[in-house]
Ligand binder design. Structure first.
Ligand code: SF4
Length: 205
């Protein structure tokens, strides 16, 4: 095959991958659009609801700011809007009365469940893949996220693939090729973390 043809097919492949990712994000946008419009939710307010619903034990505002890589005043504005819409409430932390935690209200939980409806559909489809294919898909997505984080396009992601403790492809086993130097053990593909509390961002390459 001529060099130019090889280059063309490479470009076409990456373009198709980007188009496929765009299609997937459309699923989320369309699924969440009506609920977001009905409650006047900004993209950040959507993110906050999705994060808080996954933390029933409560979340502190500083954690949200860190998680999304934004400033405390920006998160305060988003929270004030969500409180005004009666979707979240701020409650005192039992062990430290000066600190507040964010909790969903009953209305906020209903709205968060509507917003997360797309995830249930995607889970049903992903579960049609066999377990190894699911693990490979997880690894590919995390590699992409890690590379985008290293490129500065994702500010915060506590994933193995961008972690200083991660050593890639050190074992011949295709189901467990990676190693965590903190846990000092191999990492099977399905064990790769999407939100590891011990994550330390590796130096940008
Ligand atoms: S410390 Fe956590 S994020 Fe880092 S490689 Fe180990 S398991 Fe993955």
């Amino acid at each position: 095959m001529a060099e130019s043809q090889r280059a063309d097919s490479g470009d076409a492949l990456s373009t198709k991958i980007v188009a496929a990712l765009e299609r997937l994000t459309q699923v989320i946008r369309v699924s969440q659009g009506e609920t977001a419009r009905r409650y006047g939710l900004s993209p950040l307010q959507l993110q906050v609801l999705a994060y808080v619903v996954s933390r029933p034990e409560g979340v502190r505002p500083a954690e949200l700011a860190r998680q999304f890589g934004i400033t405390p005043p920006t998160i305060s504005d988003a929270l004030a809007a969500l409180v005004a819409k009666k979707l979240v409430r701020l409650v005192r932390v039992p062990e430290d009365g000066r600190q507040r935690q964010i909790r969903l209200t009953a209305k906020g939980r209903r709205v968060a469940e509507q917003l997360g409806g797309w995830a249930k559909v995607v889970v049903q489809q992903v579960e049609k893949l066999d377990r190894f294919e699911q693990a490979q898909l997880l690894e590919m997505l995390l590699r992409l996220i890690g590379q985008l984080q290293q490129a500065g396009l994702i500010s915060v992601a506590h994933v193995c693939t961008s972690c200083a403790y991660f050593s890639a492809n050190v074992y011949p086993d295709p189901t467990a090729p990676h190693h965590c130097n903190l846990l000092n053990q191999p990492l099977a593909l399905h064990e790769l973390r999407v939100d590891c509390p011990d994550h330390v961002l590796a130096d940008r390459r």
